[in-house]
Design a binder for this molecule. Structure first.
Ligand code: ADP
Length: 410
């Protein structure tokens, strides 16, 4: 079964084609084809690669996002990096949908009704939902009968206890859909499954704290494969300090700035989402690599940004461990989590009181999906590669298998 995954982010569009046979592999297989668009105003950088390692890169003028995505998908069937003969070789298309609102928890087959329900969630995440609906339309135009599946980034957190999910404002907020939804759920769930595989010997339900540290950052508390708390909230702005996002700030700051007439609601949105976090504090960059380089050059605000980032991360991990009443394993994943020994070491150094001991050599150069704690550490520390696209493909495979009687599969 060939499954195409479309994953649209705020600054990029990723796509991956997987081939999965009659049994679901335990580990992510290599993609038959993968492509990425980096949006850059009037042009877009498109890069694709197939299983043979053939890479094709283009800089194209963008009249519309739709046109660029159609161009990206055309490289599946034509050009040097093509992977299949025609669109009819694709069996299922999976879409990452950033917000499932109060309605969607599990992955669903996309029908006109589902699409209009997703549309009605636009107010929660306007830019993302618009891009995701656009992707569904493009696929429909590619081949109308293609099975399409939506996998929700909020779904994993849907069953959080109400004590974690409800903000302590008036109860009417909750009745009106204002609650903690949490995000990065597809990857937090994948990491919990992978950690369970890696730590196989545990008899009791595992208590895990997973740290997704990419451009966006969130921590989740997971008990027995269920999310019981997470730092992102009603929007992906809550919680940890991120690349350009502030994470949690005192809401009184916002009403103060509004009262003073310094910022209106649109400007507040822009400041908190685009001009804060590592970038806002350092003035250098939102990219942790640049922050670390800045620190080496003695840049004081880069160091301050790093310190705030780590302080908030430690506080979140400690909070999640308290929610769980302990922690069997701490997981680091996504761009910073997988690649920055500095962040992992600093975050772990304050957790030694829990009996957590990091192996500094393994931390410096972990192979992926590895335990980097010492043999006597009471808490395991894992680095797990984020495999969001694979997790989406696996969900599509399960849904398609459930929907197709044995004997009729090709
Ligand atoms: P996204 O949230 O967009 O999926 P990623 O998970 O790819 O983001 O993470 C991107 C971030 O990872 C970059 O902004 C950068 O800060 C960080 N990163 C990547 N490589 C390294 C590295 N070697 N050291 C530190 N940070 C890194």
């Amino acid at each position: 079964m060939r499954i195409l995954v479309l994953n649209s982010g705020s600054s990029s569009q990723k796509a991956c084609l997987y081939e999965i046979g009659e049994t679901l592999p335990k580990h992510p297989p290599a993609c038959l084809w993968e492509g990425r668009i980096e949006w850059g105003g009037e042009t877009a950088a498109i890069a694709v690669k197939n299983l043979k390692g053939i890479v094709q890169k283009e800089q194209v003028a963008v009249a519309s996002r739709e046109q660029a995505i159609r161009h990206l998908l055309s490289t599946l069937v034509s050009g040097e990096a093509r992977a299949i003969a025609s669109a009819s070789d694709i069996d299922v298309v999976g879409h990452r949908v950033v917000h499932g609102g109060p309605h969607f928890e599990d992955p669903v087959v996309i029908t006109p009704e589902v699409r209009s329900a997703i549309d009605s969630m636009s107010e929660f995440a306007p830019l993302h939902i618009r891009a995701e609906l656009e992707g569904m339309k493009i696929v429909e135009n590619l081949r109308a009968a293609l099975l399409q599946v939506a996998v929700f980034d909020t779904g994993f957190h849907c069953q959080m206890p109400l004590s974690a999910a409800i903000y302590p404002g008036p109860y009417e907020w909750f009745e009106g859909g204002i609650r903690r939804y949490g995000f990065h759920g597809i990857n937090h769930q994948y990491c919990a499954q992978r950690a369970t595989q890696l730590l196989g010997k545990y008899q009791k339900p595992l208590k895990l704290v997973t740290c997704h540290l990419g451009n966006g950052c969130s921590v989740a508390a997971i008990q027995g494969s269920r999310s019981v708390d997470t730092t992102m909230g009603f929007t992906p702005l809550d919680g940890l300090m991120m690349g350009t996002r502030s994470g949690s700030v005192d809401p009184g700051i916002l009403t103060f700035l509004m009262r003073q007439g310094q910022l209106n609601s649109q400007e507040i949105d822009k400041v908190l989402n685009e001009k804060s976090g590592l970038l806002g504090i350092s003035g250098v960059s939102s990219d942790m690599r640049q922050i670390l380089a800045g620190i080496k050059q003695g840049h004081k605000r880069a160091k301050l940004a790093f310190d705030i980032y780590v302080h908030r991360l430690r506080a979140a991990i400690g909070g999640m461990a308290a929610v769980l009443g302990g922690m069997d394993a701490l997981v680091f994943t996504a761009g910073v989590g997988e690649n920055s020994p500095e962040v992992r070491a600093e975050a772990c150094s304050s957790l030694e009181f829990l009996g957590l001991r990091l192996d500094s050599e393994m931390n410096a150069r972990p192979s992926l999906d590895q335990d980097i704690s010492t043999a006597d550490s009471r808490v395991r520390v894992l680095v797990i590669r984020a495999e969001e696209d694979w997790a989406i493909a696996a969900e599509c495979w399960k849904l398609a298998h459930a929907a197709t009687p044995v004997g009729t599969r090709n």
